[in-house]
Ligand binder design. Structure first.
Ligand SMILES: [Zn+2]
Ligand SMILES: [Zn+2]
Length: 228
């Protein structure tokens, strides 16, 4: 009998319905109860800018004010799940307690969606800083990408994040200068790119990353996050 990776209490039952609906591919690792608390986002009605869950497809308030105040084009972000309490718990265990096996829960879903929207694109994960890497021992975004070809072309400028980004207040984060740079010797001219990140919060991280890629001459950029 296998035990749920997340709550580590309930056993995992296979359910015919999971298979029929191809819920998300994480049925192998989660109990029924934990699984149900992740809320998938329907891409048909999500905000075309940030991927936020909505009942009707339209540019959301956040994206509208972004578009007004920025010269950068709106990102075309696809988010897989809502950032709710369950997702918060997940990230606490995965990122902050460093439970690396939790990457398995969403790997298959990433594979499926990247196959759909990332075809012939260069898959580029958002990097973590060397400090975070030392503390955590892994890049949580690359953890989702097993079985997927990706290029780690972005790096965090040395010593950019002195403190962990997630502990900064929202307004501080908005004011952050460009944290990323490209590894040298990499030619991205005329390439179509798909950026991958864990969470879309303000969008700042992805907008910074896309700016670097634009400067490198790519022809298009989309992004995919686990949560919004
Ligand atoms: Zn569970
Ligand atoms: Zn939006």
């Amino acid at each position: 009998m296998r035990i749920c990776l997340l709550c580590q209490q309930n056993s995992i039952e296979s359910n015919l319905l999971d298979w029929l609906f191809d819920f998300t591919g994480h049925e192998k690792y989660l109990c029924q109860k934990c699984q149900q608390q992740f809320i998938p986002i329907n891409p048909q009605t999500a905000c075309p800018g940030c991927g936020r869950k909505q009942a009707v497809k339209k540019i959301c308030q956040d994206c509208q004010s972004w578009a007004k105040n920025s010269s950068q084009q709106l990102l075309n972000n696809r988010a897989l799940f809502c950032y709710n309490l369950q997702m918060k718990k997940y990230f606490e265990k995965y990122k902050f307690q460093g439970d690396y096996q939790l990457r398995l829960i969403f790997q298959k879903k990433f594979q499926q969606v990247i196959k759909q929207i990332g075809n012939k694109k260069i898959i580029i994960p958002i990097p973590v800083s060397p400090t975070t890497w030392q503390q955590r021992g892994f890049n949580q975004v690359e953890g989702f990408l097993a079985g997927t070809d990706y290029l780690d072309v972005l790096i965090v400028k040395p010593d950019f994040f002195k403190d962990s980004q997630s502990h900064k207040k929202r307004y501080q984060r908005l004011a952050l200068p460009q944290p990323f740079t490209l590894k040298s010797q990499i030619n991205l001219q005329q390439k179509d790119c798909l950026l991958i990140d864990d969470v879309y919060t303000t969008g700042r991280t992805l907008y910074h990353a896309s700016k670097v890629l634009q400067a490198a001459g790519v022809s298009s950029i989309k992004s995919l996050t686990l949560a919004r």
